[in-house]
Design a protein around this ligand. Structure first.
Ligand SMILES: Cc1cc2nc3c(=O)[nH]c(=O)nc-3n(C[C@H](O)[C@H](O)[C@H](O)COP(=O)(O)O)c2cc1C
Length: 348
């Protein structure tokens, strides 16, 4: 479907609210929370869920071998709330052993998740050193065997998230996409950057169009969508079936609700959202973990403000969550100026 970008707001929200079927199961919309290690946790998902508007939420990545240890602790990210709707949640796993990945996927299915997502995109050194994440794009036979093992183990939708590869070769990405589809993947999330590039150069959206044209399963585009116009342009220029948001969702967890018309933020949204998130993190994590997790959000959240660097520096001096809340209140009391398009690279 081509989007008319001249009337971005209406046509975009119509498109994002249009249901999509994956492996015979309906998804209510086309905007997705991308998997975010340590950040796409259960507390953050509760925050996002409160604003609605998303098609599915993807969890933080979970180490496949830790999945059999079950819910309840922060077992490598395999954790959720009692009242969490697992029917709208896709659990992302990483690992390099097809059998262990298949076993983890079977447990994910048994617990009632909407689907399982395979991480072939993470290029963090610690992950690639273990021959996991994006490292597997160098060994397509193993990557394909992982998809096939998971396909064999479950009936729920199987998603694959991957990057261009290790060379700037869209033909390689296209070949990988075809192999994943043939091995049984039901949908792909594609981030068109080469693996060593940790979001420093712009992603090549044109490659999303190439991947989309090469397969018959849905393809979700991902990378550097920071406002509505970006989102409309990605859809219009690539023909992708949906869009996965990473850092923008961390900066504005209500973005899914806002862009689909499910939620209208008021002028105090930044304050209320940050305050709620501190409380939720405290509810699900021990004090030091909650504080450490909040600090990870601080970089993205601070990017919303013209003088966000002062907020970021002050938050980093906070010794506990009460001090964090105090800092937030004082910052918002002076009505900080919000920037239109958060600069996500500013606080890295
Ligand atoms: C803090 C952080 C953690 C991430 N963790 C994961 C992860 O666990 N699994 C994954 O596949 N991608 C992960 N990514 C990549 C994102 O899902 C996404 O591909 C990337 O941020 C580009 O999208 P964006 O421009 O919308 O942020 C992570 C990115 C960030 C910034």
């Amino acid at each position: 479907m081509m989007l008319d970008t001249s009337n971005t707001t209406d046509t975009l929200s119509d498109f994002l609210r249009r249901p999509l079927t994956v492996r015979g199961r309906e998804i209510p919309g086309r905007l997705f929370l991308a998997p975010l290690s340590k950040l796409g946790n259960t507390a953050f998902r509760e925050q996002v869920a409160g604003y609605g508007g998303y098609g599915l939420l993807f969890s933080e990545m979970c180490w496949a071998r830790s999945v059999p240890c079950g819910n309840g602790h922060d077992q490598g990210g395999f954790m959720w709330r009692e009242d969490e709707d697992l029917g709208e949640l896709v659990c992302q796993i990483f690992g390099n052993d097809p059998e262990a990945m298949g076993r983890a996927a079977a447990i994910i299915q048994r617990e009632g998740f909407f689907g399982v997502d395979i991480n072939f995109g993470c290029s963090v050194a610690a992950v690639c050193r273990k021959q996991c994440g994006a490292a597997l794009l160098r060994t397509p036979d193993i990557a394909e065997a992982i998809v096939a093992a998971i396909r064999k183990a479950v009936d729920i939708p199987v998603f694959v998230k991957f990057r261009t590869g290790w060379e700037d070769r869209p033909d390689h990405a296209v070949a990988l996409a075809r192999r994943f589809e043939a091995a049984g993947a039901d949908a792909l999330t594609f981030h068109p950057r080469v693996a060593p590039d940790r979001r420093t150069r712009p992603p090549k959206w044109a490659y999303i169009g190439e991947v989309k044209s090469a397969v018959s399963i849905p393809v979700f585009g991902n990378g550097d969508v920071f406002d509505r116009a970006d989102c409309a342009r990605m859809i219009a220029t690539t023909g992708c079936d949906g869009v996965a948001l990473g850092r923008l969702a961390l900066a504005k967890p209500w973005v899914f609700g806002e862009w689909t018309g499910a939620f209208t933020p008021d002028a105090d949204i930044y304050r209320t959202c940050a305050r709620q998130l501190t409380r939720r993190l405290e509810r699900y994590y021990q004090r030091t973990t909650a504080l450490r997790r909040f600090m990870r959000y601080a970089a993205y959240f601070s990017a919303n403000f013209l003088y966000g660097h002062t907020l970021y520096a002050r938050l980093h001096r906070a010794q506990d969550m009460d001090a964090v809340r105090d800092t937030l209140e004082r910052f918002f009391d002076i009505a900080p100026e919000v920037v239109k398009r958060p600069n996500m690279n500013r606080f890295r």
